[in-house]
Structure formats: structure tokens, C-alpha cells
Ligand binder design. Sequence first.
Ligand code: FEO
Length: 397
Amino acid sequence: MCMDKKIADSVFYVGVNDRRTHLFENMWPLPYGVSYNSFLIDDEKIALIDTVDVGKVEAFLKKIEAVLKGRTIDYLVINHMEPDHGGSIRFILERYPDIQIVGNKKTFGMIEGYFELQVNQILVKEGDSLNLGAHTLHFYMAPMVHWPEVMTTYESKEKILFSADAFGTYGALNGGVLDSELNLDHFWGEMRRYYSNIVGKYGNPVQKVIQKLSNMEIKTICSTHGPVWQENIDKVVEMYDQMSKYESEEGAVVCYGSMYGNTEEMAEVVARGLSDGGIKNIAMHDVSKSHSSDIISDVFRYKGFVVGSPTYSNELYPGVKSILDKIITRGVKDRYLSYFGSHTWASATNKYFAKFAEEVNWEVVGEPVEEKMALKHEKQKACYDLGRAMAARLKDK
Ligand code: FEO
């Protein structure tokens, strides 16, 4: 069986798949698994680009050995130190003790901090290059995509961009590695979920990287997660461009918490109003059932956000509060907001929603609705009108 996988002249994929871990960063579900990508350039000098999660180090070392067949590695380029990529550095150093580590100032601070190791350093800064023989590597900093030490590496012979987390997605690589070898259907939704969950706060840094790329000729993008992009580069860059600008599609998220079904009933009526107003893309999420990663992904996708909550301990329902916090953390911009709430003896929801609206600076659409106990005729109509108002605003381009 052939374990090595060539993606360009003398460039090999040596990454690994993880279908065993349930939660990425111990938070975000991985229904399709995830890949930790690493690449080996086999030239006069041999360079390894990034490592993998430590849980997969054995498979990783085997793949490297399948290419090297007893030879050693000259350089380890570290584009990103987060442990899903930097986790196997210690093992690479043990096996290849003369290896030189290529990184920036922040990289070496993190190597010392994580591993208490002094390593053979090649310190690079913006625009520096390293010749391997036929291939030359050029280094461009990409701070906060998604950690401060992140950099990208451009290989100018084959025109490959090793982009760290940028242009990555959840989803293991099932047999194929190149985008042309894979059925990509589920990767697009997973890319939005990955971006919005992990990198979503860092829209401006991602925009800076995309601007830098506009001057480069790129034939292949090698992210640290997901397929190697060749046929779909334009689509992938466009998706990252749109997401990092918080651009949205016509549609609405209806997100609610409900203990006994009364707030849920209000949400159903709002959704009917949206539908009667001509909106087809309506993502309904019960915060106690939907995973927050899916709700956040839809918030990044759609222009409208309608949120409802019962009053709980004189505050918002905890699951709703948690979603609002995640939206604030990610700095999602330029959305329309409508809200509603219910209570039994004292209402607290709408003051929290109003505070949220102020904090995110979103336009509030329609008249907020507040019902006491079960939904009755008058407030049922108000919920319907709220949905219609949001639909009208979404259609009013
Ligand atoms: Fe895949 Fe920021 O690490």
C-alpha cells in the first residue's frame, strides 16, 4: 500500500485524519471528523510544514518515513503553534535532533512556553525566504488568523500557499486529499461552521491575508484542515472573504429557548409571518436542542436574527444568553434583530435584548412582543406581525 501522497512536484501530503475526537477544542462537534494537515517538501534540503495533534503522532511519523525512507529532515516550518498543529513538535525533535525550526519571534516564545525547549532557530520575518534547492519558501505573517504567531508560507516553484488555519474546514479526508478527488458537498457547510466557530472573531486579520494573496499567483492552497484546494480556490477564497466581512444572505435565524412550549409557540408564529412575507431561508433553533456551533454558523449566514426567551431567574434563559454572548464575542456586524419574550409573574427579557441590540449595534426591526403565560390572540397577532416586519426589512434591499 502506498502511504505517501504527492500533491505537486516533490511535495507530499503527510497529514492525518481524526474521526475519533468528538469535540474540536473540546467544544465543537465533529460529525465528519477533522484532518490535521502537514506537508513534506523533498528537495536538496527537506522541509516539513507544520506537525499534527499529538494523539495522531504515530500515524504522522509513519507517513513521513514512507517518504523519507531513512533520510532526515532539515527544516520544520511552524506556521501555527495551536496544539492541533504544534502538538507533535517534541516528537519530531526527538527523531530528527539536528532539525532547524523555522518560525517568527512569537513562534519561538510559544515553543519555549509549551515544551520548555531550546531549539535550533531560523527566525524569519515578513517577506523573508528560504531556498531548499529547486523550491523556495517565502514567509508572510498572518497574526490573529487565528493566533498571534500565525504565518503563511508560499512555495514559489509550484505556487503553493501553506495557509495555516485560513481556508480550513472541519471534515476528515476520506481517501482523497485534493479537492478534485473528493465529494465536497458537506465541506461547504462545515467550512462555515469551522470559520464561524473558530476564526469568526478575527474578520479583519483574515481580510488582511486575503489582500496579501491578491498579488500572488496561487495554484494550490494547503490549509491545516480539510482538502488541499486546487480546483476550488476561487470559491474558497470568496467564502472566506464574505464570512470575514460578515456578509449575509437573505434569510433569518429564529432562535429561542422554551421550558414548557409557550415561547416556542411564539417562535412558530413569528416564523409563519416570515414565511408569509416571502422568506424561504428560515433556520429555527431551539437552544436546548441545536448545538451552538450550528446556530452561530447560521447567524454568520443569514441577515435576520429573531430571538425569543422566557424570563428565567429574572434574566434571559441561560441557553439564549449563551448564544448572545457568542455573537458578541465574534463581533458579528450588520444584522437585523427582532425579539420577543414570555414570563409568568415578572418580565425581564426585553431589557436584556435591548441591551444586546445596543452592544452589537444591529438594527431592531418590528415591535418587540412580550406575553404573560400562554400565548393569546392579541400577542399571537403581534408575533405574526413581527415576522412580517422582519420579512419586509429583509426584502427591502
Ligand atoms: Fe487548527 Fe488554530 O488551529
